[in-house]
Ligand binder design. Structure first.
Ligand SMILES: *Cc1c(COP(=O)(O)O)cnc(C)c1O
Length: 473
């Protein structure tokens, strides 16, 4: 399978190349040249597969440059019950008889859904780098969960260093402790004096310096990485089959969204032939996506206009993976997408309302909603009282918005994107009780802090990276 850029570059190479690439040279994102599909009969054959074998079946058509036996082994090493603390890897749990279901994606090492893809990334990075006898320095930005998921995935991966930027003081105490407690020779935590979008802009600025990028072998794990999107498509298939519906019956999914990576993976599954009905995008107060899907206007928010909310992993003013979606909406026209993104870059509104592209958006199955802090508190309390289950604030955004779009007789699967233990304070405020914390995280706040604080300045960041790498040699 060959990959192309959303902004028109015709050949980015195969999976292993785009895995290590980050942004494409033209600033776009990698997409497969075409989307393979499963026929209804082929889907039936996937129904009973164990998670790792299902992952192989879904991902194999996109990964043709790793020998079959090796890919299968990597996936079996990734999706193990001991790592995800469940024999099913991603169990589906009904919320009473409400027709709502939770797809549990957060039982892995960092207690958030990002482990689902990141654990695979750790395995496949080490594999590809070993094949090539290369090393990689991952530069990433996190508003919380990406950072810890990436760091836990890269522990004991000697060919990979992780430089992880996070907005100084803007994550929950538990999330900060998860990252900053790690003291590993290949993990570098950098707290940036700014918001998440500033961190993301710094990553982009470093990547825009081709010389620096090549000299220091800079790569990415943030949600623009194609391998992450692909790995996330698998659990939509798994959830669909877990519901054990008659062949062809539709299922709706509701996804707490920020960078649009998770819900885009659902769209990928749908495009591959899975009978997905609605894809419900749940936003918090930072509602650029909700605005687009209700009006057709896409306008990114600068960092200073991104609100700090109680579902911080969704505090995002521009959704990186949204470009992949618009690429498909534009009939895979890189030229069209490049035009839109030039306008977005100038701070303009891209308005698809009333254009033929808007018809394609409406036919794609996407709908959207938003929630506020008060909504989250009410939803957490309601789900606890009604179903005896604590959910985290992000998942609460999803359950609230998912409920709103429920259709009679169609299951609404809400993706559980983090465990409540990651956001104790909000859950306590909402439900009046403290969520249980897995034993391995019991005293994590007491384990010391390792990392630096840097200004929101690309030069300072480059200097820091250079110094650390020179010290290692
Ligand atoms: C990352 C994250 C999200 C948003 O996912 P995207 O793929 O960026 O849309 C939602 N909830 C939690 C808990 C997250 O960590």
């Amino acid at each position: 399978m060959k990959y192309v850029s959303t902004r028109g570059a015709a050949n980015l190479g195969q999976f292993s190349e785009v895995l290590l690439m980050g942004l494409a040279p033209d600033g776009g994102l990698a997409m497969p040249e075409h989307l393979p599909t499963f026929s209804p009969q082929e889907l039936e054959d996937l129904r009973r597969l164990k998670y790792a074998d299902l992952a192989f079946a879904v991902m194999r058509p996109f990964i043709t440059d790793i020998p079959e036996a090796d890919l299968r082994r990597l996936l079996h090493e990734t999706y193990r019950p001991e790592v995800f603390h469940s024999p099913d890897i991603t169990p589906v749990t009904p919320l009473g008889n409400s027709g709502l279901f939770l797809l549990e994606l957060s039982n892995g090492p960092s207690l958030a859904f990002k482990d689902m893809a990141m654990q695979f990334l750790g395995q496949v990075f080490e594999y590809v780098l070993e094949q090539r006898d290369e090393y990689l320095n991952i530069l990433g930005a996190t508003s919380g969960d990406t950072g810890s998921a990436a760091e836990y995935a890269m522990l004991n991966k000697p060919r990979v260093n992780v430089f992880m930027l996070s907005p100084h003081g803007r994550m929950s105490a538990f999330q900060q402790a998860q990252m900053f407690s790690l003291q590993e020779p290949n993990i570098f935590n950098i707290a940036v004096e700014g918001v998440f979008d500033d961190c993301q802009d710094l990553v982009k600025a470093v990547n825009a310096d081709a010389g620096f990028k090549a000299t220091y072998r800079i790569g990415a794990v943030n949600s623009i990485n194609w391998a992450r999107v692909l790995a996330q498509a698998v659990y939509y298939f798994r959830a669909y089959f877990a519901l054990d519906l008659p062949a062809g019956a539709e299922v709706d999914f509701c996804v707490p969204s920020g960078n649009f990576g998770n819900v885009f993976a659902g769209y990928l599954a749908k495009k591959m032939g899975l009978p997905v009905g609605q894809l419900v995008v749940a936003s918090n107060e930072n509602d650029v996506l909700h605005e687009f899907f209700s009006t057709g206007a896409y306008q990114v928010r600068p960092g200073e206009r991104v609100a700090k909310t109680s579902s911080p992993s969704m505090d995002i003013g521009k959704a990186s993976n949204f470009e992949r979606y618009l690429y498909l909406i534009a009939g895979e026209s890189g030229e069209q997408v490049a035009g839109w993104w030039q306008a977005v870059g100038r701070g303009e509104v891209v308005n698809l309302g009333g254009t033929p592209h808007w018809n394609a958006v409406q036919a794609s199955g996407f709908v959207a909603g938003r929630s506020t802090h008060a909504d989250r508190l009410r939803t957490i309390a309601h789900v606890d009282r009604q179903y005896g289950r604590l959910i985290d604030p992000h998942t609460a955004d999803g359950v609230l918005v998912g409920q709103h779009f429920q259709r009679p007789g169609v299951p609404m699967v809400c993706l559980e994107t983090a465990l409540p233990a990651k956001f104790e304070e909000t859950v306590l405020e909402a439900a009046g009780r403290r969520p249980e914390r897995p034993e391995r995280f019991r005293d994590i706040e007491q384990q010391g802090r390792h990392g630096v604080v840097l200004p929101n300045d690309v030069q300072a960041l480059k200097t820091y990276i250079r110094e650390q790498l020179e010290q290692k040699i």
